[in-house]
Design a protein around this ligand. Sequence first.
Ligand code: COA
Length: 325
Amino acid sequence: MKRVGILGLGEYLPQRILGNAELEKMVDTTDEWITSRTGIKERHLVSKLEAASDLAIKAAQEALKDAKIKAEDLELIIVATITPDMQFPATACFLQAGLNAKKAVCFDISAACSGFIYGLDIARQFIAQGSYKNALVVGTEVMSSVTDWQDRGTCVLFGDGAGAAVLGEVKLGGILSTYLGSDGTKADLIKCPGGGSRFPASSDTIKERLHYLKMEGNEVFKLAVNIMANAASEAVKAAGLTLADIDLVVPHQANMRIIMALGKKLNLPEKKIYLNIERCGNMSSASVATALCEAVKEGRVKKNDIILLDSFGAGLVWGAAIIKW
Ligand code: COA
């Protein structure tokens, strides 16, 4: 089996920024409530002209440049998204066309906020086995397209963005372990019910606002910390390391209180946790991807550092990965 690592990273955040003060004018909320309950101050939102693949193209171009790999040499493209351009074809195919990556095999995966880590694990296995030499994995979300702007319980939480990684064979380090898990019995906790084969789009589904994200925030909150802590412990164990070996945690950015409780549970100080939640909110599959990209750009990651990626989301699905940089 070949050793697989990240060769390049990229991100794209749309230009428009929606701050808490503007949200105060849209729903019955306050900057104080949002900041103290979630840690979010602002989030990026797409323009009318941008869909998930448009964000993905920009993030992917940056990652390819960083990896010094040409789009035409890409062999696999995996897009993790729960807000695809369309029901079909795959957003990965729109991305392929946008990059002119003619050789690549393309498909999407739906693993919500854990999509980027699921994508990394899938790509890693294809490369490790020798099926493909390289892969592009992108987490891209237009969460604003499924956000109910009348629901103060959810509309303050989410944002739009994309993060990308190019994977290939490495001589040393790379992805040391992954740990994935799912629990479909809790599928009702976070969902977007309308527009699929269960409730095809109709005037009734629109009237009932079924095309928007629904979430039992409190229930999710209670589960998140334990699920992420367990995933982290399992991934660390699988890598033959201990939690004390971790230099930086890049967690899913759903809620500052969840992240801080996770740090406490894992006995990891705040300075070892990378955060972009304050500026970006929850971007589902794009959260871990953009946070990792920013951490590297900001010099928070040094050669040989041990990085923990850790996430959970709708499904429920969770995942963790240990990467030696
Ligand atoms: N502004 C002001 N008040 C709000 C509000 C808002 N934006 N949203 C909810 N409230 C109110 C509620 O109506 C409730 O009022 P009540 O006590 O009069 O009924 C009160 O605040 C407390 O609501 P609650 O839902 O218990 O708050 P919370 O502390 O659990 O915070 C979340 C809500 C959504 C921030 C929190 O539950 C959370 O982050 N959950 C996890 C979500 C998550 O991670 N989702 C993504 C998974 S990938």
